[in-house]
Design a binder for this molecule. Structure first.
Ligand code: SAM
Length: 302
């Protein structure tokens, strides 16, 4: 089936204990698998119907029936974003569920908001964190703390910062789901932009830093932040709390910024802060066509 992942890939995901992946990508929408649930995201009703029809056929051929199918409209404006709605399956089951990725358990909530709780296109960056086994990780714009959980699995101390208390409390639950005690993990509901200079003044240092900001944000005081204009300032602040050999993830969903632009910005910031470093591309995601996932690179300080 064109646009859909093949069954060999599904077997590969199952073999590595992963049940959350992109099923198909089309110009007007896509479908994702979250264990026994599927989520269809669409820009038009025609795209929704086409994907639903093909999902039914794919599930039959793959012998992988979905208990529930959710649908989510993809609006042009963020303000019009709504939680997914149940299209197929029983209403009695909880909208809160869990899913495995490489053996790590993540909580999902199909009713909490537009996003489910796990960004599938950060899978390879989560693996990079796990393999890098950091000592102290700073997770900026942490959302449900997925990056912190994988760092915690390898014994790191973590600090997760997000404006949303609700997301951080889901983050705590993700630690508990993986039987990780939270004593060595801090959760800070605050504005990353104002916290970073405070951490630097206190002399806090981290050997891994995650910078995955939203395209646009407004702090509690109403200050606007835009990734295209402000990512360099954010990275310069992050460099102030970076250990000599730190690894920093630069990631964005902004379609106007590609990996090349991130690297150019990274080189500028290295020079401005008199630091030295190289860049490493994020590994390719087998289930995402080129140019579809979040754009990201790792800055490796030395
Ligand atoms: C794209 S999500 C991050 C996803 C996360 N890196 C992951 O992989 O799960 C952006 C998050 O940034 C948070 N956020 C937006 N503006 C912020 C700010 N100024 N300071 C802290 N968090 C912010 C939002 O609440 C949201 O949870």
């Amino acid at each position: 089936m064109r646009d859909w992942i093949d069954f060999g890939m599904v077997r590969d995901f199952a073999a590595e204990n992963t049940a959350a992946y992109r099923l198909c990508t089309k110009p007007e929408g896509w479908a994702e698998c979250y264990g026994g649930d599927a989520l269809v995201s669409y820009k038009t009703a025609a795209a929704r119907e086409e994907i639903l029809h093909e999902l039914d056929e794919w599930a039959r051929l793959a012998n992988q029936p979905f208990q529930r199918v959710f649908g989510r409209f993809l609006p042009k404006q963020n303000a019009e974003r709504n939680p997914p709605v149940l299209l197929l399956g029983t209403k009695e089951e909880s909208l809160q569920t869990t899913v495995l990725e490489r053996g790590v358990c993540y909580g999902l909530d199909f009713g909490a908001g537009y996003s489910t709780g796990l960004f599938l296109d950060q899978r390879e960056n989560r693996r990079f964190v796990r393999r890098g086994a950091p000592r102290r990780m700073l997770n900026c714009f942490a959302y449900t703390c997925a990056f912190s959980v994988v760092a915690g699995m390898t014994g790191a101390e973590t600090l997760s910062i997000d404006l949303s208390k609700k997301s951080l409390s889901r983050g705590r639950e993700n630690f508990m789901l993986n039987r990780l005690a939270t004593e060595r993990h801090r959760f800070m509901a605050d504005d990353v932009v104002s916290v970073l200079p405070r951490l630097a003044r206190k002399g806090e240092r981290f050997d891994m830093i995650i910078l995955d900001p939203p395209t646009f944000s407004r702090s509690r005081t109403g200050r606007a932040w835009q990734v295209e204009h402000d990512f360099d300032k954010l990275l310069l602040s992050a460099l102030e709390v970076a250990e000599r050999d730190a690894k920093i993830l630069l990631s964005t969903n902004c379609t106007r910024l590609n990996e090349r632009a991130l690297e150019v910005m990274g080189r500028f910031c290295l020079k401005a802060s008199r630091r030295a470093g190289t860049f490493q591309a994020t590994a390719k995601l087998p289930d995402f066509p080129p140019g579809v996932a979040a754009r990201s690179i790792w800055m490796i300080l030395r």
